[in-house]
Design a protein around this ligand. Structure first.
Ligand SMILES: [Cu+2]
Length: 281
């Protein structure tokens, strides 16, 4: 059996430039800059690496339209505070994903859990996944939105022309509401469920021109379908809204999606269980 590269990425690092949220303390959307933390005073190598992180717990049922056993999830995008700096330092404001999760080692249900990066999907090749993605972020963007770029523009504010307002943030009309849409990076999915940049939606039900949902749902949500027919591999999911993907991902809207194959010949040779640690750099 020829080893395939995608299987070997199981323990690979995803080299994603996630400037994790310690930055958000500095760049909060406020006219008065918050007090800066001196990075030299933050001790290094203090936080213990724990994990592997919780995995989403699916509802398992037969899909009436395909007749296939399917894993169903609901994932919420929310704003919350998380202890990212060492204990004793303030919590960091993040945006992240959350849902019902279980312990990846024991399978014990852990209830609702939200985190940055988000909980992990553990999908099985050949078993489709349906996710209801819910945008519950009602606050203004935590970073400055640049409306002089081609972007989602949920208020139809239009692209400003020179002379530009002072930047950042300059344009409060661009800061709220926040358009979001989730993309499964590397997933082989139909384009309607790919989370392309104009498929965004806001917490108050404004939809991008390409918005699509697999079935009727709440106005601040969309239902996507992932067939999981591709090679087993490490995927990740992240926000993808037009023109603001970079600041939405920097706010921490990202997480892992592990696609496993029960017939994989290589996986048993790789570190597993508590030794399989997904890392985002
Ligand atoms: Cu991507």
């Amino acid at each position: 059996m020829k080893p395939n590269l995608s299987t070997l990425t199981k323990v690979s690092l995803i080299a994603t430039i996630l400037l994790l949220s310690s930055l958000t303390v500095f760049v909060a959307n406020a006219q008065v800059p918050p007090a800066l933390l001196d990075p030299l005073l933050i001790p290094k190598y203090v936080n213990q690496l724990t994990g592997p992180p919780p995995v989403y717990e699916p509802t398992v049922a037969t899909d009436p339209s395909t007749g296939l056993l399917t894993h169903y999830y609901t994932v919420y995008m929310s704003e919350f505070y998380q202890q990212i700096l060492p204990p004793g330092f303030p919590k960091t404001k993040v945006w992240g994903y959350g849902g019902m999760v279980k312990d990846p080692l024991t399978g014990t249900s852990l209830g609702y859990f939200q985190n940055s990066p988000g909980p992990t999907f553990e999908a099985v090749r050949g078993i489709p996944v349906q996710v209801k993605w819910v945008n519950n972020i009602s606050s203004p963007h935590m970073f400055a939105v640049d409306p002089t770029l081609h972007w989602a523009d949920p208020n139809n504010f239009g692209m400003p022309m020179p002379p530009f307002a002072p930047y950042p943030p300059g344009y409060p009309e661009a800061q709220h509401p926040v358009p979001l849409v989730t993309h499964l990076h590397g997933g082989e999915v139909q384009s309607y469920f790919d989370g392309t940049p104009n498929q965004w939606l806001t917490y108050n039900g404004i939809h991008g021109s390409d918005y699509y949902t697999r079935e009727p749902t709440d106005p601040n949500a969309t239902v996507y379908y992932y067939p999981n027919m591709q090679q087993p591999t490490t995927l990740w999911y992240h926000d993808h809204a037009l023109g603001i993907t970079r600041i939405n991902v920097m706010s921490s809207l990202a997480g892992f999606y592990l696609l496993r194959d029960p017939y994989d010949q290589i996986a048993p040779l790789l570190p597993s269980g508590k030794y399989e640690m997904p890392l985002v750099i």
